[in-house]
Design a binder for this molecule. Structure first.
Ligand code: SDX
Length: 434
């Protein structure tokens, strides 16, 4: 963050003395006005519910240009990373700031990540405490939080080695935990990781193999899912990442902070949108029903939204949605599902919405969640596990952002204030006079 001589002058119509606030410019993107001294100098807070105009930190990890529909991980465009890298290379990039050399990748994958793919055997008892029909995200929030009970030897956040071990444990074990949540829900035995497979191939096998027969990973599906992981790996200061940073700012351990991120991601306005988008497509059912559905969305009283559309930052096409649609097409072709009615319905819904002024005027475009449900469904992933897949992939982004926050010398516990509109001070009446 380079400071420049620019300042912003805040003046008050009531004649209070004006205030000079420093302006900082980033490497790219909007400048920021440093308001940290505002309350001390004026006795006033800023007011920004939803953080529409607030930068909560400086970061070097991910950059989004919402107007251009551009997404960079450590400066590299998502389109190039999705084409030229695999997920663990991108994970290394997000964690370390540079893409790995062949040697660095070999050590990261074969000496670190695959050494931690198994979970503590007693985690099985933990899973057995849940109802079989529990939502996988409820299980994952609990299981990730429980990691701090099983791996308390890597919870010292002041120790760099401990932080690295907990990061590797989370990246390596999330696939195992997500697959366990699925197996538990369908009453099949847990499948142990098989470390001669790729990260994503290992996950597919833990998900879909059974002890009774050999499982062969389909390389086209493996590559497609690996790309889906890349597309979901990080996304600047989104709600769940901000949750991880805020939780982590109290000094809690990384497993607890990431569990908070999993909980936040579950919401349908955020990571739960892929599950909601597929359910929406299934409810619409047929292209003939699209116009009536669009009218319902435009009716403010219906409280119906076009799930998988719109974004706080992207006011152009989410670059991940384009890549997700291509991946969708590849997977459906590989599986002979080119005529998949939901894919055709989704493309028609997108075509109609992008020609309707309601969406165009509000700059509502498909986001990463619009197509991801269709491709995950084609891969055989159950709808209620879509957000679990999102959490699996986003774990590396959350960890990278958490590490950056911990290492930031300016880091303080996050503690926003409020505009109090409640009752002024009053005395407690006796119960007889209430
Ligand atoms: C993710 O932040 C991230 O980076 C998130 C994410 C990541 O990788 O971490 O990208 C992942 O969460 C993607 C978003 C997934 N969510 C959905 O697809 C749910 C549907 N989308 C929305 O609910 C909404 O678009 C949000 C939550 C994504 C963004 O909401 P904002 O920025 O707070 O915008 P808003 O709700 O104030 O809407 C502005 C206007 C409103 O209309 P008016 O009041 O101005 O008339 O647009 C309308 C909204 O009603 N609108 C929609 C809509 N999204 C916004 N109308 C219909 N359908 C929609 N999907």
């Amino acid at each position: 963050m380079s400071t420049t001589p620019q300042t912003a002058t805040l003046s008050f119509s009531d004649g209070s003395p004006s205030v000079e606030l420093p302006i900082y410019e980033g490497a790219i993107g909007p400048d920021v006005i440093d308001i940290r001294k505002l309350y001390g100098q004026t006795g006033k807070f800023t007011f920004d519910p939803g953080f529409m105009s607030t930068a909560a930190c400086n970061s070097t990890i991910t950059y989004i240009d919402g107007d251009k529909g551009e997404l960079l991980y450590r400066g590299y465009p998502i389109e190039q990373l999705a084409e030229k890298c695999d997920f663990l290379e991108v994970a290394y990039l997000l964690l370390k700031g540079e893409l790995p050399t062949a040697e660095q990748k070999d050590e990261f994958v074969n000496e670190k990540v695959i050494r931690h793919t198994m979970v503590h055997e007693q985690m099985k008892q933990f899973f057995n405490g849940f109802r079989r029909d529990a939502h996988p995200m409820a299980v994952l929030v609990a299981a990730v939080g429980a990691m701090s009970a099983f791996y308390h030897d890597s919870t010292d956040i002041t120790d760099a080695k401990s932080r690295e071990v907990s990061a590797i444990r989370l990246i390596a074990k999330l696939p195992t935990l997500v697959a366990m949540a699925y197996k538990y829900s369908v009453g099949q035995p847990f499948m142990y990781p098989k470390n001669d497979l790729s990260y994503t191939g290992n996950f597919l096998r833990m998900m879909f193999a059974v002890p009774a027969e050999e499982y062969v990973v389909n390389p086209v599906l493996e590559r497609a899912l690996d790309r889906i992981f890349i597309l979901h790996a990080d996304h600047e200061q989104n709600a769940s990442t901000s949750t991880v940073r805020l939780a982590g700012s109290s000094g809690t351990n990384p497993f607890a902070a990431i569990a908070a991120g999993v909980a936040c991601l579950w919401g349908p306005a955020h990571g739960g949108a892929n599950e909601a988008a597929l359910k929406m497509l299934e409810e619409i059912g047929h292209v003939d029903n699209v116009p009536a559905f669009i009218e319902k969305v435009k009716d403010k009283n219906s409280d119906v939204r076009l799930m998988g559309f719109g974004h706080r930052v992207y006011k152009n096409y989410d670059p991940r949605a384009k890549l997700m649609r291509e991946t969708c097409y590849e997977v459906l072709n590989e599986l002979g599902l080119q005529e998949d009615p939901l894919f055709k319905l989704a493309m028609e819904l997108e075509r109609i919405a992008l020609n309707d002024d309601y969406f165009v005027s509000r700059k509502l475009y498909p986001n990463v969640d619009f197509y991801s449900g269709i491709v995950q469904r084609a891969l055989g992933i159950p709808t209620d596990l879509f957000t679990g897949i999102f959490a699996l992939a986003r774990t590396v982004g959350w960890i990278a952002q958490w590490n950056e926050m911990i290492a930031d010398p300016e880091q303080k516990i996050g503690r926003p204030r409020q505009l109090y509109v409640g009752s002024p001070k009053r005395d407690v009446p006796d119960v007889s006079s209430r």
